[in-house]
Design a protein. Structure first.
Length: 255
């Protein structure tokens, strides 16, 4: 396993969410970050710290020549630790004066105008809450074009507890990443078994039982099985180990 995949995110985050962190780390290392992500999870602090960590990785002054874990000592890392960076991390929150806890349309207009200005930083735009109660349809409609075609070195991250109350047009333009202990512990139990002795079923009946059990785990966490398997595949892909991409993909085609 790639060293940077393990250490790029903080140890406690990596241990709690091995699939999510490895999926994101591999996307960063391979320069394959999506334009927009939706981070689903109940722990808002973990989602926020993961978004900050991504911004650190992408803006750390020690990462100019080669992407690795953030140094934590440069001015960018220190600013981001305090959520005080003037450009690299753009936190969008509901208007404190709003009785309905909504993000103002004017805030979205200001954001889109600011993003049109060039920047020497990799900008991470983080929405603390993206349900329709906070991020209304009017706000989403203003965002659609720039989310679909963001300026260079800009990504959007939408945090939320569930994906059920996010506008479908935002969902369709984003990759969903689950920060869910249940889902990640399911993967951890499989990956930490050194001989996979109890992982794979021995007959069709037990295979169906295991499949049903996994489906129940995923449905409880609102995780789509295809997304789950895709994230496992990407998280486990190592260019040094898997020289033949087609052969690697065959491992997951029949799951």
């Amino acid at each position: 396993m790639n060293h940077y995949t393990i250490t790029m995110f903080k140890k406690e985050t990596t241990e709690k969410y091995p699939i999510s962190t490895r999926f994101l780390a591999n996307a960063i290392l391979k320069d394959r970050l999506a334009n927009s992500y939706i981070f689903i999870g109940k722990d808002k602090a973990d989602i926020f710290s993961s978004a900050i960590q991504i911004s650190k990785i992408l803006n750390c002054q020690e990462n100019k020549d080669k992407i690795s874990e953030p140094c934590e000592n440069c001015i960018n890392c220190k600013w981001l630790d305090k959520n005080e960076h003037p450009q690299a991390f753009m936190l969008i929150t509901p208007d404190p004066k709003s009785k309905k806890d909504q993000i103002k349309v004017e805030t979205i207009r200001e954001l889109t105008n600011d993003l049109q200005k060039s920047s020497g930083y990799f900008r991470v735009v983080f929405f603390e809450s993206s349900d329709l109660g906070s991020l209304t349809a009017d706000c989403c409609n203003l965002l659609l074009k720039i989310v679909e075609e963001p300026p260079e070195k800009t990504i959007f991250i939408f945090g939320n507890i569930t994906k059920n109350n996010i506008l479908p047009t935002i969902l369709s333009r984003s990759q969903t990443v689950y920060f869910n202990k249940q889902e990640n512990s399911l993967f951890k139990g499989i990956s930490e078994d050194p001989v996979f002795a109890n992982c794979f079923p021995k007959d069709i009946k037990s295979a169906l039982e295991k499949a049903k059990e996994s489906e129940q785990y995923l449905s409880k966490s609102e995780t789509e099985p295809l997304t789950f398997l895709s994230q496992i595949a990407v998280a486990n892909y190592d260019t040094n180990k898997h020289l033949n991409k087609k052969e690697f993909c065959k491992l997951y085609e029949n799951l």
